[in-house]
Design a protein around this ligand. Structure first.
Ligand SMILES: Cc1cc2nc3c(=O)[nH]c(=O)nc-3n(C[C@H](O)[C@H](O)[C@H](O)COP(=O)(O)OP(=O)(O)OC[C@H]3O[C@@H](n4cnc5c(N)ncnc54)[C@H](O)[C@@H]3O)c2cc1C
Length: 333
């Protein structure tokens, strides 16, 4: 096969390019830079629960399949690049502050046994004594998306600069939000703010999914003491960090873990989830020679392994895995 051009060097384009290269195919990635890349903000929660709604069984299956592929994907990438990805499979706690919050949070437990507050505080001593209940979700894991992208960049050929039209030959369009301008497909921005705090390493031991007086917040601790606090979700495309959005996230975070008030606030960052009309990804051939892998909405980090494997197989052999069938890129035409 002659070479393949991958348009977009975010987590999806880079993962596909890496998998294609492992099949012996020559790949060039064209990338427009980090300024509007969603992975740069992403917390890196690999949590297939609570991400899909009724009627989205095919998407749930794709999320679960990708979750199963993450351990091997992380191990191979860490080994080939020689870099630490911050991959962690300690599991997550879902916790609720009030009894109303508890009834919402219970939808996320997927059969995990509910725990009383003292059990939750044994697992995570920094939690406020005010929590009403919660659960330990052992299957959830996390990774640092910035480290994943840095590792992938060592393994593929990248040309810097936005492309304004598709080059001739075999092309994979994995340009996140940029996919709309390149293909005409309906990918829209969904704004998200995340904060990064820095505290004592070990202040938190698990990813925490919190329900706090009707608000949802997640806390993702890294081994070096960084804690990612996320995320807002708004149907808009601007980059403004509003005081209200920062306040909402910090209030929820500190209500759950009072010691977070002592941490340094090191970063506020807005990016946009590349989203589609049904919030499921666009995966497959758009027309002969042009394959699309975009629109991963809230789950592009989680979905990177399965997207990379299935799209690389499609490009290399022409075979479309049945898992791709529900997500044709032209389905909104
Ligand atoms: C606040 C926030 C928190 C998130 N948290 C999580 C999480 O915890 N877990 C999870 O699974 N997902 C999370 N996500 C979602 C995840 O970040 C995205 O789904 C994922 O990054 C999509 O990957 P992508 O490679 O398709 O797009 P991006 O990461 O946006 O990358 C697209 C790349 O394409 C390039 N590009 C665009 N146009 C062109 C062009 N014309 N020419 C060349 N290059 C181009 C851009 O420069 C960019 O590098 C979060 C997203 C946000 C915004």
């Amino acid at each position: 096969m002659t070479g393949v051009a991958v348009i977009g060097g975010g987590i999806i384009g880079l993962s596909i390019a890496w998998r294609l290269r492992r099949k012996g195919i020559k790949v060039t990635v064209y990338d427009g830079g980090d300024d509007d890349a969603a992975w740069y903000a992403a917390a890196g929660m690999l949590a297939p629960a609570g991400e899909t709604s009724f009627g989205q069984e095919a998407l749930t299956e794709l999320l679960l399949e990708s979750s199963r592929r993450w351990p091997a994907f992380a191990a191979e990438l860490a080994q080939e690049s020689g870099l630490d990805l911050g991959y962690d499979a300690t599991g997550a706690l879902t916790v609720a502050l009030t009894s109303d919050d508890l009834s919402v949070a219970q939808h996320e437990w997927r059969g995990a046994a509910g725990r009383v507050p003292s059990e939750l505080r044994d697992l995570e001593p920094a939690l406020t004594p005010r929590i009403r209940g919660g659960a330990f979700v052992p299957g959830d894991h996390q990774v640092d998306p910035r480290r994943v992208v840095a590792a992938l960049r060592t393994l593929v050929d990248i040309r810097a600069g936005k492309v304004s039209e598709l080059p001739p030959g075999k092309v994979v369009v994995a340009a996140g939000l940029g996919t709309a301008a390149l293909t005409g497909l309906p990918v829209r921005p969904v704004k998200g703010l995340v904060l990064r705090l820095r505290g004592e390493p070990g202040l938190l031991r698990h990813v925490i999914n919190g329900y706090v007086d009707g608000r949802h917040v997640y806390l993702v601790p890294r081994a070096d003491g960084e804690i990612v606090v996320g995320a807002t979700q708004e149907e808009r495309g601007d980059f403004t960090v509003t005081a209200g959005a920062v306040l909402e996230l910090l209030r929820s975070a500190v209500d759950l873990v009072p010691d977070l008030a002592e941490c340094e606030l090191t970063e506020t960052v807005v990016r946009h989830r590349p989203s589609t009309p049904d919030n499921a990804p666009l995966l497959g051939e758009l027309r002969p020679g042009v394959v699309v892998a975009a629109g991963h909405h809230r789950n592009g980090i989680l979905l990177a392994p399965v997207t990379a494997d299935l799209i690389a197989e499609l490009v290399a052999t022409g075979r479309a895995d049945p898992l791709l069938a529900p997500f044709p890129p032209g389905r909104f035409a």
